[in-house]
Design a protein around this ligand. Structure first.
Ligand SMILES: C[S@@+](CC[C@H](N)C(=O)[O-])C[C@H]1O[C@@H](n2cnc3c(N)ncnc32)[C@H](O)[C@@H]1O
Length: 248
């Protein structure tokens, strides 16, 4: 008998001072959030001169660190309000990642911020396909998955984040899916006197589920870059591996 998985709604929204992006992220919240070292472990892979395509760059919290390292960065976001805060030396592209078609390939394509955990399987596949269309044949795709622990365990009233910028869980519902557990959450962020809410749906993904997504778009099995295998690195499979040289 086929199992049925009652999906939670995949609808994103946000509220609070300033504009919100289509995915419910608040521009002011991201503009005022400090860089917390999220991409420091990638530095050895991103020497000066590396061309980087950052998918979902927001206000440039991570992008500006890449610039400091001497990378040539193209930042993609579908929110003009987010892109308005990027440094002028970033090449800004306002577009949906899913339908992105740039006339350039990059040394590195970066999908940070747990965006791969999007609750909609078609969107997850489209994100990986966009990376495959834009990475150089000898380049890398670097992506970050959300840690499953907090997604599975946090309860209403829990406070996550830093003491100066607490994040409170206002609502959390969970539903099993074939690839992982779908989680719908409302979080409230506070910086000083201001609060923002974000309502979103994500899915927990283990490395095997991500490896399958990558394989389907022609990437190698991912290599973990940290002990928890949250940051993953993969490369395009060479054409030769798809079509081995004829030995006749
Ligand atoms: C969680 S924020 C992260 C921003 C930035 N990476 C950071 O860490 O500060 C996600 C960003 O991706 C953008 N975004 C989400 N889905 C997108 C899509 N399908 N196409 C383009 N941009 C998208 C949002 O507008 C938002 O700026």
């Amino acid at each position: 008998m086929a199992l049925s998985y009652p999906s939670l709604p995949v609808h994103f929204s946000g509220s609070g001072p300033g504009p919100q992006a289509a995915d419910g992220c608040s521009v002011e919240l991201y503009r005022r959030s400090v860089y917390a070292g999220e991409i420091e472990l990638l530095r050895p892979l991103l020497p000066a001169g590396t061309s980087v395509l950052e998918l979902g760059c927001g206000t440039g919290r991570l992008t500006h660190r890449l610039l400091e390292w001497g990378c040539e960065v193209t930042g993609v976001d579908n929110s003009a309000d987010m892109l308005a805060h990027l440094h002028p030396s970033v090449h800004c592209v306002q577009a949906d990642i899913e339908t992105l078609h740039l006339d350039q390939r990059f040394d590195v394509v970066l999908l940070p911020s747990g965006m791969i955990n999007h609750a909609d399987a078609a969107v997850r596949r489209a994100f990986v396909a966009a990376a495959a269309r834009h990475v150089a044949s000898d380049g890398r795709f670097l992506l970050k998955r959300q840690a499953p622990g907090w997604m599975l365990s946090s309860q209403v009233g829990d406070v996550l984040g830093r003491p100066d910028a607490p994040i409170e869980v206002l609502a959390a519902t969970r539903s099993p899916e074939p690839e992982g557990t779908q989680v719908r959450m409302t979080l409230q962020y506070r910086i000083g006197p201001d609060t923002w809410t974000h309502v979103f749906s994500v899915i927990t993904l283990d490395v095997a589920a991500i490896a399958e997504l990558l394989r389907a778009e022609g990437f190698t099995p991912p290599e973990a870059l940290d002990a928890d295998a949250l940051w993953l690195s993969t490369r395009p499979l060479s054409l030769q591996r798809f079509f081995p040289t004829h030995q006749g």
